[in-house]
Design a protein around this ligand. Structure first.
Ligand code: NAD
Length: 491
């Protein structure tokens, strides 16, 4: 029997970590090795209820009325403390996800303090709407809107970029004076609990940030979204779960923000520099082992450069280094779990059944003995499929893309938009006018030209169709996490 790990990942309620209950426990597994690295205390219904009540109490005890200056000071201090404990966050992120240390340092953990600072800046700088109204000649009224926090916000996040996505929601929620109950993914519980330590040290009053660990159905996720005293839900995850969350919250008519799945397209026109495009596409297909909601899974390539782009991408895929997360040379980690790998492998089989030509990959790589228990997968590219195949329509969420030739601009636009999802698209072209024209015709929330995942945190972020409802980022977040009361005064 392998030894039980001694490390516990604990729930954080009303400003304190709860004593773990060995009767309610699940394993935190390192996806790079398959080994359990910690035990997680699963929150039952009572713990979730305590978390929600403590959040409500914290609002009443003053957080909802705190000054913007006070909140900004806490957010900035939190950003500084994350940087002071940078290596702890990197270690927790690596243990949970198995992702390469170079990526965790430059993307995942680096974005957490940026999220706190960005919303500290925005909330400090944002004014409020006001209008001078002239109801009749010689009369005037002043209308202005006062924005109040929503209240207790449930924050539910997935496993792919756990700390980045958590802080993306927690920072604006706190900036606006809300209290939160956070439910991280059962696959990546570590960083949410670590953030509790940092926020407490930053001076956040007790009860404003709570963490409950567990699963979805019949567990912490469901207890939280079903709770009658939740004032809003911000959810990032799959479209199927998002639909369920929306239905759960609907009878009580609470605001929901849903950032969901994607089946994102890239379009490559033949006026491009092929090497530059191959570099960019390999980032958008393979970053985080394809487990970013914005990753490209469909690539439409103009016929005259099709073979060159396919060959370039295959060479790139072959050059990726799968390996130990702590190795600086590793570029590509494992999938998040064996369960997710089984799902991705079923799509690999289905692609072949549907007539794909496998350009590269398509299976499980050989790894050194110490990594053999991990959920490793080969970067994979297909040609020979069209939009009628299931693998070109359903989100796979792995390091994989189908490559399809096209002839005309109109055809490319129609192919890219032929999906129920609508999160992100990338247009590769050196024709300025075509770049603007095609990017604007993508039915998505985020359209890039000649780049990918270049983000300005003030810009709106979100999707259409099955990819979500609402926008976060910048003012959109400040609006989601507040309710305006309009005041009209006869002058
Ligand atoms: P998931 O939907 O399975 O789980 C997301 C979260 O919801 C987890 O914390 C989970 O425990 C919880 N949950 C599950 N069932 C629930 C229920 N019935 N009630 C309440 N909570 C429940 O998603 P995942 O597999 O963790 O993440 C991958 C998905 O997330 C992909 O579809 C990806 O595209 C999407 N995603 C979207 C964005 C975006 O910004 N649009 C960003 C990252 C990931």
């Amino acid at each position: 029997m392998p030894e039980q790990p001694s490390q516990w990942i604990r729930n954080f309620v009303d400003g304190a970590f709860l004593e773990p209950d060995p009767a309610h426990v699940f394993d935190a597994v390192d996806p790079a090795t398959g080994l359990t690295h910690a035990r997680v205390h699963e929150a039952d219904e009572q713990i979730v209820d305590r978390a929600v009540r403590s959040a409500r109490r914290a609002l009443a005890e003053g957080w909802a009325d705190s000054t913007i200056g006070d909140r900004v000071a806490v957010l900035r201090r939190a950003a500084d403390l994350i940087e002071e404990r940078f290596d702890d966050f990197v270690a927790a992120e690596l243990a949970d996800t198995g992702k390469p240390v170079a990526q965790a340092r430059t993307l995942d953990v680096a974005r957490a303090p940026m999220n706190f600072r960005a919303y500290a800046d925005m909330v400090a700088a944002t004014g409020q709407e006001s209008y001078v109204t002239e109801p009749a000649v010689g009369r005037r009224a002043l209308n202005y809107a006062v924005r109040k926090p929503l209240g207790v916000v449930a924050v539910i996040v997935p496993w792919n970029l756990p700390l980045l996505l958590l802080t993306w929601k927690v920072a604006p929620a706190l900036a606006c004076g809300n209290a939160v109950v956070v439910k991280p993914s059962e696959d990546t519980p570590g960083t949410a609990s670590l953030l509790a330590e940092v926020l407490a040290e930053a001076g956040l009053p007790r009860g404003v940030y709570n963490v409950v660990h567990g699963f979805g159905a019949d567990s912490a996720g469901a207890y939280l979204t079903e709770h009658p005293h939740i004032d809003g839900v911000t959810f990032t995850g799959s479209s199927a779960t998002g639909t369920h969350v929306m239905k759960t919250v609907a009878p009580r008519v609470r605001p929901v923000s849903l950032e969901l799945g994607g089946k994102n397209a890239a379009i490559v026109f033949d006026d491009v520099d092929v090497d530059e495009v191959v570099e960019g596409l390999s980032r958008s297909i393979f970053t985080n082992t394809g487990q970013v909601c914005l990753c490209t899974e469909r690539v439409y390539i103009q016929r005259s450069v099709f073979d060159a782009v396919v060959a370039g991408l295959a060479a790139k895929a072959a050059s990726l280094r799968l390996g130990a997360p702590m190795d600086d040379a590793t570029t590509t980690g494992p999938l998040i779990s064996q369960k997710h790998r089984e799902k991705v492998l079923r799509y690999f089989d289905l692609a072949v059944e549907e007539g794909a030509t496998v350009v590269c990959g398509g299976g499980v790589p050989e790894m050194p003995a110490e990594l053999n228990g991990g959920s490793w997968i080969e970067p994979t590219l297909w040609t020979g499929l069209d939009n009628s195949s299931r693998v070109m329509r359903e989100e796979i969420f792995g390091p994989v893309a189908g490559l399809v030739p096209f002839d005309t601009e109109d055809e490319a636009i129609a192919l890219a938009n032929d999906t129920e999802y609508g999160l992100a698209a990338v247009v590769w072209t050196n024709d300025l006018r075509r770049g603007h024209r095609v990017a604007a015709q993508m039915n998505v929330g985020l359209s890039w030209v000649n780049t990918w995942y270049l983000r300005d945190l003030r810009a709106p972020f979100g999707g259409v169709g099955l990819s979500g409802i609402g926008r976060e980022g910048g003012e959109s977040s400040l609006h989601f996490y507040t309710e305006p009361t309009n005041i009209c005064i006869q002058l």
